[in-house]
Design a binder for this molecule. Structure first.
Ligand SMILES: Nc1nc(=O)c2c([nH]1)NC[C@@H]1CN(c3ccc(C(=O)N[C@@H](CCC(=O)O)C(=O)O)cc3)C=[N+]21
Length: 297
């Protein structure tokens, strides 16, 4: 599928996430037949309204596909030891087949120490050092460990819309933990076979890289960093960045990394919101279901 009339095909993350969830619902039903109920745990520390809303959304997603949810909450002044104890409890809880520690943790918490305590086999985010290491080590084999949700969502979306990836030049903008630093590990697997360039604040000529790209993954968190004049006509552009900016009316609005006008040049474009965000949420559920499938044998 390519764009008609110079406007990009919309990579509809909401529709794709619904399809992912429909598939998971079938697999959850099959597990339940065998007496296995997948369960997602969430650890929420503090009372940030944004984080609380995200966590509520994850529990709603779980209910949609038949996954049980286990909600753990701690006050903002919880100690490092209390947070670590909750992680240990979920590691030991057989009803929990996967869990996340909602980020960011309150200032003063050693986030990396907490995340490293998560049982890698229950790592629903797919960002545990052991799982990132497993990805590095398995270029050929099917990877059977949890995968990072947002990179997986990006690739799933591209494949669903049949955007060619074999041999494609993919330019990733941003070297953050959740996307930039890990997505290349998935894109360069032999079954995907893309060539990946990772651009960041030290990149000398970002525009020159973007102009050569067949696929742009914009994950810098810099509003408008990908401009229409830098996108090769027909390229696929995925807008992964999320920034809070003050709109014309003085209210905070969420905005992506892709500038207006890219939709007239690109062949495919993921909107933001409604693109990669819903896929991240759906693939979190996939990690939980797959962990339950592996545990059930
Ligand atoms: N341990 C951990 N894992 C995470 O995956 C994690 C986290 N902590 N902390 C916060 C960020 C943020 N994040 C989002 C995922 C989906 C949307 C999403 O679906 N957004 C909608 C719009 C907003 C909405 O409708 O809620 C969209 O793009 O269409 C947003 C944000 C996951 N995070």
């Amino acid at each position: 599928m390519t764009a008609a009339g110079g406007r990009a095909v919309v990579l509809d993350g909401k529709a794709a996430a619904a399809a992912v969830k429909a598939d998971l619902a079938v697999r959850v039903a099959a597990l339940r037949e065998r007496g296995v109920v997948p369960g997602l745990g969430t650890v929420l520390v503090g009372d940030d309204p944004g984080s609380a809303a995200y966590v509520r959304g994850k529990h709603r997603d779980c209910a949609e596909v038949g996954i049980a949810s286990i909600r753990v909450e701690l006050p903002a002044d919880a100690t490092q030891a209390q947070v670590e104890e909750k992680v240990a409890e979920l590691n030991a809880d057989p009803a929990c087949t996967g869990f996340i520690v909602q980020l960011p943790l309150p200032a003063g918490t050693d986030t990396n120490r907490v995340l490293e305590l998560v049982d890698p086999d229950k790592d629903a985010d797919g960002l545990h050092p052991t799982n990132l290491g497993r990805l590095v080590l398995r270029v050929r084999e099917e990877v059977t460990s949890p995968l990072p949700c947002t990179p997986r969502g990006v690739i799933d979306l591209l494949q669903r819309y049949e955007v060619p990836l074999d041999g494609a030049e993919v330019v990733v903008v941003g070297r953050g933990t959740t996307v930039g630093r890990s997505i290349g590990l998935l894109l360069t697997r032999r079954d995907v076979n893309a060539t990946v360039t990772l651009c960041h604040t030290g990149t000398r000529d970002l525009a020159a890289h973007l102009r050569r790209a067949d696929v742009v993954v914009a994950a810098a968190g810099v509003p408008g960093i990908v401009r229409a004049e830098d996108v090769r006509p027909g390229a696929a552009v995925l807008d992964v960045g999320v920034s809070r900016v003050v709109g014309a009316d003085g209210k905070a609005v969420l905005t992506g990394d892709v500038a207006p006008g890219v939709e007239d040049v690109a062949g495919w474009l993921s909107p933001n919101p409604g693109g990669v965000g819903p896929m991240t949420r759906a693939l979190l559920l996939a990690n939980v279901v797959e962990a339950a499938e592996r545990a059930a044998g």
